[in-house]
Design a protein around this ligand. Structure first.
Ligand code: MD6
Ligand code: FE
Length: 212
């Protein structure tokens, strides 16, 4: 983790190894949303089942060599979409470049994501506090891009019971975390009904990971 050299004054360091880059993806918003639509036409959004048997309120799909999935057997990465049994759609070049540039802006050089989990939130959807620990390689950061309706990001600590801070994630914001912050508990509060000119009532989130 180097100095935050590419930091803008609107940017926010959440913790050592974690930063919110305000509007970092804004200039690519339409291209990113077009790519999401293309991915979803090949690998549709679906509500996965948790290992405990609950239907997730956030709908998900993936792009890249590996995709994150959940079912009764657990959480894992897989190289095919269980719905069709074929490979996930390829990761668009724009996604790879954006993720790599955002990681570098926070001091993580040469981040090459192999998985992009695409989350779609409708009003009322939420993601409970969790750690991202299904990746074998925890040395690599995670890059997360928010599009559409604003959401409240829950940012906790290294233990589930630690105090939780709340930040608004706006359209075009990017969060990067890794190093000492890699296993921070985090989540997304219940999405409030609102409208965004490009996505209607929906929020999308792209999270880029090095999975294997
Ligand atoms: C979301 N994001 O923002 C959910 N996980 O919709 C995550 O759970 C997440 O944003 C790891 C790293 C970044 C994230
Ligand atoms: Fe997460």
């Amino acid at each position: 983790m180097g100095d935050l050299l590419a930091f803008d004054r609107r940017d926010l360091q959440l913790d050592s190894g974690a930063a919110l880059l305000s509007g970092f993806a804004l200039q690519f918003d339409r291209a990113l949303l077009d790519a999401v639509a293309a991915i979803a036409s090949a690998a549709p959004f679906r509500h996965l089942e948790t290992p405990g048997g609950r239907r997730m309120s956030v709908a998900m799909t993936n792009a890249g060599r590996l995709g994150w999935i959940s079912d009764r057997r657990g959480y894992r990465y897989g190289d095919t979409d269980p719905l069709g049994g074929v490979a996930w759609p390829a990761m668009p070049a724009l996604f790879r470049q954006l993720a790599s540039d955002a990681a570098a802006a926070v001091g993580f050089d040469r981040f090459e994501p192999e998985a992009c989990l695409v989350n779609r939130y409708e009003p009322g959807a939420k993601l409970s506090l969790h750690q991202d620990r299904d990746e074998r390689n925890l040395d690599q950061p995670i890059v997360s891009v928010s599009l559409g309706v604003d959401a409240i990001f829950l940012w906790g600590g290294q233990m589930r019971g630690d105090r939780v801070r709340r930040f608004t994630l706006h359209h075009g914001d990017v969060v990067v975390w890794g190093g000492p912050a890699r296993l921070t508990y985090h989540g997304v509060d219940t999405l409030v009904r609102a409208a965004h000119p490009l996505t209607g009532e929906l929020r999308y989130n792209l999270t880029f990971r090095r999975a294997a």
